[in-house]
Design a protein around this ligand. Sequence first.
Ligand code: APR
Length: 412
Amino acid sequence: MTESQPPRALRAAVDVVVLGAGPAGLVLGNLLLSAGIDCVVLERASRSHVLTRARAGFLAPNTARILERHGLADGLLRYGLRHGTCEFRTQEGRFRIDYGALGEAGPHHVYPQQNLVADLLRHYLHRGGRIHFDTEALAVHEADGPRPSVTTREPDGRPARWRARYVAGCDGRHGAARRSLPPGAVRRHHDHGVTWLGLLAQAPPSLDAVGYALHDRGFAGHMARTPEMTRYYLQWQRGTPADAWSEQRIWDELDVRMRAADHGPLRRGALLERGLFDLTCDVVEPLRYGSLLLAGDAASLLAPAAAKGANLAVLEAEILAGALAEALVRGDTGGLDGYSDRCLAHIWRAQEFTGWMTRLLHAAPGADGDGDGDRDGGGGSLFQAALRRSRIASLRTSSIHRDWFAENYVCV
Ligand code: APR
């Protein structure tokens, strides 16, 4: 601990301390309460920050099934928009894949993540759940023993210590769980070499599909959020500040890359948020260290190209809740022993498809390292660009490839 003040008296011990009130932590908290397990959620941010943070918004069919199974899908089913089509725009024209109706796939629900988090919090409180906002976990201690603890900085700035039987690290990539891993933990990391400028526009969607525009100036993406709000992405020069361009210049560039002149104008509006996303990914292996278990972004970070992060987080939370209930209610730790392998199989499948999708959408700088000086203006090599054209042609023409795409696009 770094504080000079001594920790407060130990907080009463609980069965599970959950770090983080994102989708992973709040689904887990709800399911633990339903199983009669005592838990507390500790969240670094304020309640209002958690409830207004715009993040992902595409929830896969399996995610909706999990939420429905546990009585957590009311808002999603009532307000979420069904979405099953994506449109690719390339130099050769545009084509659509109705992925929601192909193979074993199904449509997404488009539902902003902050709305899902608000629903999960409402249910959690309704079920009698305890949550402490403005409470930052600093470290997890003694995870290799039967009584781990978490040190925190409380809202008044003073330190405290929470005891538990298990600690669930659902506190994202920069959280205390990851910082507390033992030296043997492995973090496998990959940088796709691409940066996105993410934009939240106060404007209705411009097409009734997810839009993926492949352009030699770089990728541009369009994703509906609500009838009034749309998310856009622009492949961005890494290192350039998010506010380097005016709104006018951003919309003009989106028009060019989305080929608005050929396919219709984009509906413009104020850009409410701008954020930079380096398309990096990682996986922590294993996901269990004694009494400390990782889920969601704390377990694995995915590039946003295939919108899998929140879906994996919900799936892992359900698996973890089942395993903790078995251990705490019936004394059977088999589920916890298998937790890591079970989740890693889903995580690596999602990483594989996300990597494929990322290579499809971008000519990443230096991606092939062919060293022949064969470079185009978009920062990728002509060799890579040709491979991409071939992949796109296959996607456009092969029904098997489209089924494969559809199933992987929505599966978690
Ligand atoms: N102590 C307590 N809480 C913390 C700490 C900490 N030290 N560090 C981070 N947190 C909180 C964050 O404020 C956040 O509310 O943990 C929460 C983690 O939530 P998310 O980042 O939403 O992660 P997760 O629940 O794993 O959801 C996964 O949803 O939109 C996607 O990109 C997102 O892929 C991610 C996914």
